[in-house]
Design a binder for this molecule. Sequence first.
Ligand SMILES: *Cc1c(COP(=O)(O)O)cnc(C)c1O
Length: 378
Amino acid sequence: MTSESASPALHDAQNYLLQVYPRPDFVLERGEGAYLYDETGRRYLDFVAGIAVNALGYGDAGIARVLSEHASGLIHVSNLYAFFCNSGAEAIEGAIKFARRFARDNVGEGKTTVVAFDGSFHGRTMGAVAITAREKYRTPFMPVMPDVRFADYNDAASLEHVMGDDVCAVVLEPVQGEGGLRVATPEFMARVRELCDQHKALLVLDEIQCGMGRTGTLWAHETYNVRPDMLTTAKPLANGLPIGAVLMNQCVADAIHPGDHGTTFGGGPLVTAVAGAVLERISDPEFLAHVRAMSSYLDESLHDLASELPGRILELRGRGLMRGLRIEGSASAVREAAHDAGLLVATAGEDVVRLLPPLIIENQHVDEAVGKLRRILA
Ligand SMILES: *Cc1c(COP(=O)(O)O)cnc(C)c1O
């Protein structure tokens, strides 16, 4: 409920927007670097970044230049000359369709099962939600896409148990986002690859949240000695403009023929020009070195904090600038207290505070965020 004195925008949001998100009572008006400002002029250090979207922060001059150059040029032409889509869920749908198409072409009928993991999050459409583990996202909308099996994350025996020759794809997040910031172990990743090869199933890595520099390499899987057959990307790819993409091996691409898949808006010149600029910036070795430096500084600061508050911070999770603090108590209470202290953080489940700062942060932002968390958690 919003009070009479609250902003008209909050009142309208309450009355006319579908209430699918619990929205905090404030209206963001502008942003600069790692900071956001609400309509009353209050400043917030943003350790959410639009849920891992605004990798380059707010008001980036390079992105503004590309946008304005293209605004007066072509914004849209039909999608006949490239393949991109508009969101993460749509990239996952594409990957599922390509895996089934590939299996039909290369093996035959009946190879349709998709294996996913507990704690997974792949999106809200009927295929993506079918491979998303959390019951509350899936069961109210049953029946969703059939032929899905779940295995336990980081548990090779559990995966062995559900693998079979009917499996066309295994979909895995190298670092789980929504599911609580768990990181795949190198042994598990290697075993997933082996089992996929053994059963002629494609390995699809969902890097929608953990990819594009967030863990200090362009793709999170680069630190494993494992290559995927397909990779999905979306969130930060155009720094806030809607885009998703599926990358695939040539042998998968060869199975896809004209008419097999499509989307009206995907791959338009404006959005892909921005994505090109974002990719160029993030893949620059100096930019990635900066992300790694900030990652180690954040890691050290969080370890210090955790050792000061051992009963309150139970576990540090995640990698790079994608971190989780499993805490004693409610993560959403911490999120609210942080908001009041001028720091935006996210949660992952009931007891994990999730940190997803823009990749352009500096030491001082880490100090400010960890300082605020120290006061809130103590
Ligand atoms: C957010 C997310 C998705 C879904 O992306 P949308 O753009 O919200 O559809 C899929 N997978 C992962 C890992 C995500 O974090």
